[in-house]
Design a binder for this molecule. Structure first.
Ligand SMILES: Nc1ncnc2c1ncn2[C@@H]1O[C@H](COP(=O)(O)OP(=O)(O)OP(=O)(O)O)[C@@H](O)[C@H]1O
Ligand SMILES: [Mg+2]
Length: 390
């Protein structure tokens, strides 16, 4: 339908002959239906209001954002339909407003709305009404939070690197002095020397242990670029289980493996993935309080991603704690660092994947990780028959 149809119609209303009316009304209905379809197809919410803030029209997206029923909301004051939106403070003639909103029902969303007056045909003071355009900012907000989190992690890394450096130097010097002491001890008589040498050996072992912990810690928190190679995830999984075997056996935890029959080689950083498995399996068995501990590890692969789940029948995670799982240094364990899950998530994200955790208190926890095949297969679509090869 050509634009300006309405204007033309209004201009020649006095000349419309009775026979033409039916045709014109059909065209009008058609135009209205067309516009409604356009509005309904928009991802943005559209609400048309009269000058007093009464809803005249709202599209599907607006209904979804605010959980409204169009039949009920039309004809009502906007303030009664969107609670917390004070029309008296918003609807000022001639003023355009842009504001952010957080909506909790039917879904927690961050919205931005833009309220603009619809000018009358004549230069009147009072606008014909207002149009409210609503955009969903939820994903952009999630993105911002992700950046904030990575900034936090960077700050943490810097701090950790600084502390590690400060501790590393005196450790080195301690080790050198102990070596010197050892040399002097050799000059003593055997009876006196033996117990002292034992003390010295223990002290040096402890220093080496501290040094190792420091190095591992730095490796864990330092952001890295994955050194990817073609790897069999099942081999990595078995290697990790072998590392953890003594701990698993000491607690008689049964590990059930439900592995995909054939898993194509993954293009991943093997060291990092071993760390992922290690942290997740260790979390699982640490959550198992006493007997009848059970851990199930599943691997699956689809056309475009790998899915791995690690499930335990341990203590589970309380709803209050669920929100803080990835916060650095948040731990419920006497000897935990509270960095394990944070590192796991960083590695999975660096591989383009995601982690999800489901848990029920006193029942257990399931951690799901998924990440894409790096070389995603593409499907070349067949050319339509009518296209002629040139
Ligand atoms: N499978 C699980 N079952 C129950 N609680 C879990 C599980 N996995 C993680 N948690 C909870 O999440 C917290 C954080 O885990 P995370 O691995 O980040 O740190 P940690 O295990 O406490 O310490 P670290 O892994 O550094 O030794 C844990 O302290 C624990 O409360
Ligand atoms: Mg842990």
């Amino acid at each position: 339908m050509k634009s300006g149809f309405l204007e033309k119609l209004v201009a020649r209303l006095d000349r419309v002959v009775p026979g033409e009316v039916q045709q014109l009304v059909t065209r009008l209905i058609h135009e209205k239906g067309f516009l409604e379809k356009v509005f309904e197809a928009l991802h943005e919410g559209v609400i048309i209001l009269d000058p007093k803030g009464v809803v005249g029209f709202l599209n599907l997206a607006a209904c979804q954002f605010f959980g409204l029923d169009p039949a009920q909301a039309t004809g009502k004051f906007i303030s009664t339909q969107i609670r917390g939106l004070d029309w008296a403070a918003l609807g000022k003639p001639g003023r355009t407003i842009s504001r952010d909103l957080e909506v909790f029902y039917p879904e927690n969303r961050y919205l931005n709305f833009y309220l603009a007056p619809i000018d009358g045909v004549e230069e009147e003071h009072e606008p014909l009404g207002y149009v409210m355009l609503v955009r969903d900012l939820t994903t952009t907000r999630a993105e911002a939070e992700k950046n904030l989190e990575s900034e936090r992690l960077n700050a943490l890394t810097l701090l950790a690197a600084g502390v590690a450096h400060e501790i590393g130097n005196p450790l080195n010097s301690l080790d050198i002095h102990l070596q010197l002491l050892g040399r002097k001890l050799r000059k003593l008589e055997s009876a006196e020397r033996k117990p002292l040498e034992e003390n010295l050996a223990t002290a040096r072992q402890e220093i080496q242990r501290l040094d190792l912990i420091l190095k591992q810690f730095l490796n864990a928190v330092r952001p890295t670029v994955p050194h990817r190679e073609r790897q069999d995830l099942h081999v990595l999984l078995h290697d990790t289980l072998r590392l953890l075997e003594p701990e698993l056996e000491s607690r008689s935890v049964a590990v059930e493996l439900d592995l995909a029959e054939s898993l194509p080689l993954a293009f991943i950083d093997p060291g990092q993935f071993q760390q992922v498995f290690y942290n997740l399996i260790r979390n699982a068995f640490q959550a198992i309080p006493a007997e009848n501990g059970h851990i199930t590890i599943r691997t699956r692969v689809s056309d475009f991603e790998y899915v791995i789940s690690i499930e335990d029948n341990g203590t589970g995670i309380s709803p209050e704690h669920m929100g803080a799982l990835f916060e650095p240094y948040r731990t419920t364990k006497a000897s935990g660092s509270g960095l394990g899950l944070l590192i796991v998530r960083r590695i999975i994200r660096e591989h383009g994947g995601a982690i999800a955790i489901e848990s029920e208190e006193n029942q257990g926890t399931r951690v799901l990780i998924n990440f894409p095949h790096t070389e995603r297969p593409v499907r070349l679509l067949g050319a339509p028959d009518s296209v002629i090869d040139l």
